[in-house]
Structure formats: structure tokens, C-alpha cells
Ligand binder design. Structure first.
Ligand SMILES: [Zn+2]
Length: 231
């Protein structure tokens, strides 16, 4: 064993440096947690890091749920199969998770496919309902020549999407045997369809949206394709 005084000295200094580094790291992580004792630049950096980690967490969760549902959910796999049969296959890359503003939870675009709003889902069921809703739009777009700027066309697809997805807990009502008689369900479908049509750029007023929904209501509410085979 060496007892060279310089070596001992050196070792002591190293330990002190190590200790103070550990202390500094501890202080910084505590500051990052509390936000106290940070310089303005560090505060900005802390906010950015927080934002990044929220984005990453939301995206991971959204993607994980999406993938699980695409293989395990009877509703989603049924719709995906029918889209494929109709010649419009939707793979995982055409259903994308992104952050969105507070006003929406999903969307369908003829160019970009399906959007899932990663920051808007309360739980997996909510994502499943949203994805079912958008898949009905995708199916309509694939099967029928939908002009999305035509309010009657849009209204019809929104009625079907709200009716056939879990938006108004359709599947639960079917299980309960209330499907055709459930006035509450119809009111829910109508309300949601009107709200969606109001967001159409061609729609000038809520009354206009309501009129479009009422005009196509009868034929579109009873149009349950591609579910006819089961019900
Ligand atoms: Zn919709």
C-alpha cells in the first residue's frame, strides 16, 4: 500500500470534486423539480424539457393503444377489414398520432388519412371510439363519392359515424336491445352530427348545419353499412 502524501491528497480532492458534483446534480434536479433557484434560461430549458417529455409520453401512449386496437378490437379490425375489402387498406402509418388543439380528438383527411389527437384521450376506449368514428368516414370516402364540402354529404357521413362508432355508445345500446327505440341515442347522434357539420368551412350558420342533418337524417341514420351483415 502506498502512503505517498501527494497521492492521498489527490484522492481527497477527487472525492471532494465528486461530492460537489453529486451535490450540484442533486441541487439541479431539485431546482428542476421546484423551479426554484434557476436562472431565466434554465427555466425556459426546464419548460421545454417538460413539454418534450409530455409530447413523447402522449405519443407513445397513443401509438401503443392504436397498435393494440388495430389487432385486438373487434370494432376496429372489422372496419379495417371492410376498408381493405373495399380497396382502401389502412395500415398503421395512415393512422397517425399528433398533438392537437383542445377542440378535437381526431380527424379524417383525404390526403393524410386518420389523425388521432394524442393529447386528447381520457383512456383507450375513448381512442377506440374516435378511431371507429374516423374509420366510418374513411369507409364512406372509399365506398361512396363523398364531396366533403357538400353539407348534405358531410352530414350523412357524420350521422353514420356518430351512430355506428361508440360515440353515443351504440354497441352498448345494441347489447341492451334498445337500438331502434332509443330516442336518447338518436338525439345524441343528431347533436354530434350538427356540431361536426358546423365546423365545415362551407357551413355559414348552426341553422344551416341543422337543416343539412335533418334533410338526410332518415336515410343516413338507417344506413348501417358495413354492419348490415351482422345486424
Ligand atoms: Zn366526424
Amino acid at each position: 500500500m502506498s502512503s505517498d502524501p501527494t497521492e492521498v491528497q489527490e484522492r481527497q480532492t477527487q472525492t471532494q470534486v465528486g461530492d460537489s458534483l453529486a451535490f450540484e446534480r442533486w441541487r439541479m434536479s431539485l431546482s428542476n423539480f421546484t423551479g426554484l433557484g434557476l436562472t431565466p434560461e434554465q427555466k425556459i430549458q426546464r419548460e421545454e424539457e417538460k413539454e418534450r417529455s409530455v409530447l413523447e409520453r402522449d405519443w407513445n401512449k397513443c401509438e401503443k393503444w392504436k397498435r393494440t386496437l388495430m389487432t385486438n378490437s373487434p370494432m376496429i379490425t372489422f372496419m379495417l377489414q371492410h376498408l381493405k375489402n373495399a380497396g382502401c387498406e389502412f395500415d398503421s402509418s395512415s393512422i397517425q398520432c399528433h398533438p392537437c388543439p383542445e377542440t378535437r380528438s381526431g380527424g379524417f383527411s383525404t390526403e393524410h388519412g386518420i389523425l388521432l389527437c394524442q393529447n386528447r384521450f381520457f383512456n383507450k376506449k375513448h381512442l377506440e371510439d374516435t378511431l371507429s368514428h374516423e374509420l366510418i368516414h374513411a369507409f364512406d370516402h372509399c365506398r361512396f363519392k363523398v364531396d366533403w364540402f357538400n353539407l348534405r354529404h358531410h352530414a350523412c357521413s357524420e350521422i353514420r359515424a356518430a351512430n355506428l362508432s361508440g360515440d353515443c355508445r351504440w354497441t352498448r345500446e345494441v347489447k341492451r336491445g334498445f337500438y331502434s327505440f332509443n330516442k336518447q341515442h338518436q338525439a345524441c347522434v343528431k347533436r354530434r352530427a350538427i356540431l361536426s357539420v358546423i365546423a365545415n368551412p362551407s357551413c355559414e350558420s348552426p341553422e344551416m348545419a341543422e337543416r343539412a342533418v335533418n334533410e338526410v337524417w332518415k336515410s343516413c341514420f338507417k344506413d348501417t353499412r358495413p354492419f348490415d351483415e351482422i345486424y
